[in-house]
Design a protein around this ligand. Structure first.
Ligand SMILES: Nc1ncnc2c1ncn2[C@@H]1O[C@H](COP(=O)(O)OP(=O)(O)OP(=O)(O)O)[C@@H](O)[C@H]1O
Length: 236
């Protein structure tokens, strides 16, 4: 964990999102997806973002991960406004502080599970010899010790998802952003992933922000926020 800053009240924050609006231009028209959204996420917190299809959940997740730029407002990740960095600096910052798990995982098909997990470490400056034990340990943690040499095409959906989780964690990020981490998985595998998130959160203090339609998982993990008609409201 590194560089987690505090807000004005002295609360440590991994994500500090202030009055963020995202609009798209549709010819002369402006399409507002959401406006004036504020969200603070502290270390070790799990936040689920729910809402109907098209509500803007993925758009918000991409903004929180610095993959997209707000139309107005400000987002700080571990105290850094990442849009003030160069593109290369932004990529380095994301690799160091954030982990991403997307539904279609974006694993590199020609690389083994082990190589896919080693990659963020090597990009971050570790030698392959240094990255190897870290990747092996994490793949063991997600129950894939017997699948290290398998390529993504030789793994099941749940196994690929677990490789993606191991890859997201290997650089010991401050925050992991997940888009539908249990989407497309059967109930048993989904439950395993939920338990893993819970364990990692409690042991390592990593913050998790996830978009999900799985209300049971959302409720069991922590704060649930609903994106509705361009506003973010806390579910009670
Ligand atoms: N590049 C774009 N240009 C214009 N509109 C866009 C663009 N990207 C997304 N949108 C619109 O923004 C809205 C929110 O999309 P988003 O993918 O964030 O929704 P979502 O809540 O994640 O939906 P789902 O649950 O179906 O994945 C949608 O109406 C979509 O059509």
């Amino acid at each position: 964990m590194s560089n987690v800053t505090a807000n004005e009240a002295g609360k440590p924050l991994v994500i500090d999102c202030r009055q963020v609006t995202r609009t798209y231009s549709e010819g002369p028209e402006k399409l507002t997806i959401f406006s004036d959204i504020s969200l603070e996420v502290t270390p070790g917190e799990t936040v689920a973002i729910v809402g109907s299809s098209g509500a803007g959940k993925t758009t918000l997740l991409n903004l929180l991960g610095g993959l997209d730029k707000p139309s107005s407002g400000q987002i700080e990740i571990c105290g850094q406004n990442i849009h003030k960095l160069s593109e290369a600096g932004r990529a380095r910052f994301r690799n160091r502080h954030l982990g991403f798990v997307y539904q279609f995982h974006h694993l590199l098909p020609e690389f083994s599970a082990l190589e896919n997990v080693m990659l963020p470490c090597v990009l971050g400056g570790l030698s392959p010899a240094q990255a190897l034990p870290k990747a092996e340990a994490l793949l063991g943690r997600v129950g894939l010790t017997e699948r290290l040499r398998h390529k993504p095409g030789e793994l099941s959906g749940g196994e690929r998802q677990r490789v993606a989780i191991a890859r997201a964690l290997v650089n010991e990020p401050d925050c992991v952003l997940m888009d539908e981490p249990t989407g497309n998985l059967d109930q048993h595998t989904g439950e395993g992933i939920r338990a893993l998130i819970e364990e990692l959160r409690d042991q390592s203090g990593i913050a998790f922000i996830m978009v999900t339609h799985d209300m049971t998982m959302a409720r069991s993990l922590g704060r649930v926020l609903r994106l509705e008609q361009g506003r973010l409201v806390q579910e009670v």
